[in-house]
Design a protein around this ligand. Structure first.
Ligand code: DP6
Length: 355
């Protein structure tokens, strides 16, 4: 299966000229979570995410021919050279070198910019790796690979996965599924698949995602370490089965527009993710006191007003508030008056799903 992504370019066919390509890729927020992986970035269960609009990475990749045998990469974030970022890109290059044959023939300069603050705790790896992958497949085409638009995106998703699992879902708009199962046609462990827009009720295409930045700064445990702690986890097998079941349950909900059923399932997924962390060995907790305070306030608001406000969590302290446009006005007043105080420096990001 991986074979289909091996480049058709022959190594001595490159016109060794310098050039540059650009890509912009959004972040995504998972509704059904990827948590646990096997060798070569193969997920232990299927996941699905909304692609976002305002949180994105823009990358320019400059390349110039070189003769040395090693990978040569410099990474600039917001115009500033970040020597500490290069090893991550080198690891990525090592993983994808079988599929992108020209990596050692060029010196690369990565110029990258995030629309969200780097310290915000918003995952930049999904948008960052996906933008990098989109740049690389463009170079492959410049060098003569002739990939069609569809092939180009699928290969970008395949490569992005090898950089960071969730990144493979950022290549497409809308809802994107990743992980092979027997109930979504075309689903694969190797790349993300766009969930058909005509299987999604209009209400779910109007969703806002307001991200409460509860804690800015480095997480105590990285996602990669967290995934690995699912190996030998006493609840792992049950969790993987439940995640796939939850995705299966979500499909008719997406079609019929039942926002309450959607919200309850999505909240359950988020809390299960964090429960898995607490039951890992060693245990860890990424929620902060203000995360819990915001969730309690949100539940109280929902009980009292009946407004359709739900949450999900990523692997960190931030809270993603999910709500349909129809309730946005009232909910945004509530966020400003009652939830903003739980955010570090009062910061939150207003984002929306991207259809
Ligand atoms: C909780 O994709 O960041 O956000 O593959 O190790 O880079 P690596 O992990 P990553 O994990 C994301 C975990 C999650 C859930 C999700 O996005 O599905």
């Amino acid at each position: 299966m991986e074979q289909q992504f091996i480049s058709k370019l022959s190594t001595n066919a490159f016109s060794l000229e310098k050039g540059s390509v650009n890509a912009k890729s959004p972040s995504n927020i998972a509704l059904i979570k990827y948590w646990g992986k096997k060798k070569n970035q193969i997920p232990t269960n299927s996941s699905i995410s909304y692609t976002l609009t305002n949180s994105y990475t823009e990358t320019e990749l400059k390349f110039s021919p070189k003769t040395s045998e090693e990978f040569d990469v410099e990474v600039y974030l917001e115009g500033e050279l970040k020597e500490s970022f290069a090893p991550k890109i080198i690891t990525f290059f090592e993983r994808i070198t079988a599929y992108i044959p020209f990596l050692k023939h060029y010196k690369f300069e990565v110029h990258t910019h995030n629309s969200f603050p780097h310290s915000s705790g918003i995952a930049s790896s999904a948008s960052g790796m996906s933008a990098m992958a989109l740049c690389l497949v463009q170079i492959e085409n410049i060098l003569g690979a002739n990939l069609t638009e569809e092939e180009l995106l699928q290969k970008a998703s395949f490569l992005a996965r090898l950089g960071s699992g969730s990144a493979c879902r950022s290549v497409y708009k809308g809802l994107v599924e990743w992980g092979e199962n027997n109930f979504i046609e075309g689903s694969s462990d190797l790349y993300g698949t766009k969930f058909p827009d005509n299987e999604i009720h209009e209400v779910f295409k109007t969703f806002h995602d307001t991200i409460l930045l509860i804690h800015e700064g480095q997480k105590s445990v990285s996602s990669t370490v967290g995934h690995n702690l699912m190996n030998g986890h006493p609840y792992a097998e049950q969790r993987f089965i439940e995640a796939n079941d939850n995705l299966k349950t979500l499909i008719p909900i997406l079609k019929n527009g039942d926002v309450k059923a959607f919200g309850e399932l999505v909240e359950h997924e988020a809390l299960t993710l964090h429960a898995m962390m607490m039951m890992s060995n060693p245990a860890f907790i990424l929620m902060k006191p203000n995360t819990v305070a915001a969730l309690e306030k949100l539940w109280e608001f929902r009980r009292e007003t009946g407004k359709q406000l739900y949450f999900t969590l990523d692997a960190g302290a931030n809270v993603h508030l999910l709500y349909p446009a129809i309730d946005a006005e009232a909910i945004e007043v509530f966020i400003e008056n009652e939830l903003k105080k739980f955010c570090q420096n009062g910061n939150y990001i207003k984002d929306k799903v991207n259809f």
